[in-house]
Design a protein around this ligand. Structure first.
Ligand code: PLP
Length: 436
């Protein structure tokens, strides 16, 4: 294990222990700091915009559990709602009012007519894919390089040798047969979409896209791109699946759809949600057109289920979060984001570091390369070594950034002036570190 100056003894000891029982010491790969080097911080507690690590360091959090913590950590009213829910029992395996109320809130904010709860974003996309195939009676799925839809076999695919050729597995363990019906296209590339549908249109069940990609850094769709995808799918009898697991209730009150679809007047056939709508608990959902959703068991023949789906504690947390995700909250995220983006630009420019900042609603990310970054090939040019230096300098100064150069920075309603000031103070030194 390489020890870095920012490593901390208690976290180091825990990581050593963890690596002997958990592969890589972590329950999800990006937490391991492999992309930036060093030892991951073990987190003991969190409150508002702050994390406290195992060594007692207080860190301003810009990861926000990778998106869910829109209101900040341990929000008192969300906590009280959760505690009351726990006191009523934690799971019954029967329908409950909290899941119904959360479903109503999602239907009120988005264009979906029906919604089904699951426990993770991966389950949401996996189920949406099965439903799309069941509804259309077709098998091919189209996705974009750099868009992540969870670790579903068919969607963990890399582009094949040509634009309209089928994909190859993105990881060992995925059989070639699982990606043999997946087409992977370059993002923001209308010609590639047109060509793929021209060749395979009558076999395509659905096209998956992140409403605004946030998993290759933030790469917003070019104007009209999502509308073009929706129209192309419609013209070929395929379903348009907009994955809002990350952007949902984060990019705006209505997710990224509130920024484009609601304005331009189109709706996805299916949508997937997670992160914010679980309020920090394992809850996710997929939803969409009533006629498509009615194909799901028990109403229809497409099987889908889950022991903990719609769990009363998780859906109570999600509902309590969404009820407090007001216009003021989104205005605050916008304001804090603008302050941070300006300060990052100033610091990196002063240090002579080439960079590009891109936004999708209240989401943003920093690429250490020139822009615009419109697809995965461009995102891959970001200087990962410079980011690692930047990341560790920020961590030393008390700011917990995503431990990967390809992630959005997540602010919360709890990022107040004190938290923001810590970030602003850290930036010039981190920019100098990135310049070396
Ligand atoms: N879809 C998108 C857009 C995501 O960002 C993620 C996770 O980051 C997923 C799906 C998978 O969600 P989960 O990690 O809850 O399985």
């Amino acid at each position: 294990m390489t020890v870095r100056p920012s490593d901390q003894p208690a976290s180091q000891a825990l990581f050593e222990r963890a690596r002997s029982v958990i592969p890589g010491g972590v329950s999800s790969p990006v937490r391991a700091f492999n992309a930036v080097g060093g030892t991951p911080r073990f987190i003991r507690s969190a409150s508002g915009a702050w994390l406290t690590d195992a060594d007692g360091n207080e860190l301003v959090d810009l990861v926000g559990s990778w998106g869910p913590m829109l209101l900040g950590h341990a929000h008192p009213e969300v906590q009280a709602a959760v505690q009351a829910a726990v006191a009523r029992g934690t799971s019954y395996g029967a329908p409950t009012e909290p899941e119904l109320a959360l479903g109503e809130e999602i239907v009120a904010r988005t264009p979906v007519e029906r919604v089904r709860f699951v426990s993770s974003g991966t389950e949401a996309t996996m189920s949406a894919l099965r439903l799309a195939r069941g509804f259309t009676g077709r098998e091919v799925v189209v996705k974009f390089a750099g868009c992540y839809h969870g670790h579903v076999d068919a969607l963990l695919a890399s582009a094949g040798s040509g634009l309209a050729t089928f994909a190859v597995p993105g990881t060992p363990g995925v059989p070639a047969s699982s990606t043999a019906l997946t087409l992977v296209l370059p993002y923001n590339d209308r010609a590639a979409v047109t060509a793929a549908f021209a060749e395979h249109g009558d076999r395509i069940a659905c096209l998956f896209t992140e409403a605004a990609p946030g998993n290759m850094g933030v790469v917003p769709p070019e104007p009209g791109f999502n509308a073009f995808l929706a129209e192309t799918c419609r013209a070929h009898g395929a379903l348009f699946v907009s994955d809002e697991v990350m952007t949902g209730f984060r990019a705006s009150r209505q997710g990224y759809w509130g920024i484009d679809g609601a304005v331009e007047g189109w709706v996805p056939d299916l949508m997937t949600f997670g992160k914010v709508m679980g309020g920090g608990f394992p809850a996710a959902a997929f939803g969409g057109r009533a006629d498509v959703m009615s194909m799901l068991a028990p109403e229809g023949p497409v099987y889908q289920a889950g022991t903990l789906s719609g769990n009363p504690v998780a859906t109570t947390a999600g509902l309590a979060t969404l009820q407090r995700a007001t216009d003021e909250v989104y205005a605050h995220l916008d304001a804090v984001g603008t302050t941070l983006k300006d300060a990052v630009t100033t610091a990196l420019t002063a240090a002579g570091v080439t960079h590009t900042i891109q936004s999708a609603g209240t989401m943003f990310s920093v690429f250490l390369c020139d822009g615009p970054v419109r697809d995965f090939a461009a995102a891959s040019r970001t200087d990962s070594a410079a980011y690692a230096a930047f990341f560790h300098a920020m961590l030393d100064a008390g700011v917990y950034l995503p431990p990967s150069a390809y992630e959005a920075w997540f602010v919360s309603a709890a990022h107040d002036d004190r938290a923001v000031q810590v970030i602003l103070d850290a930036l010039p030194g981190a920019a100098t570190a990135a310049a070396r």
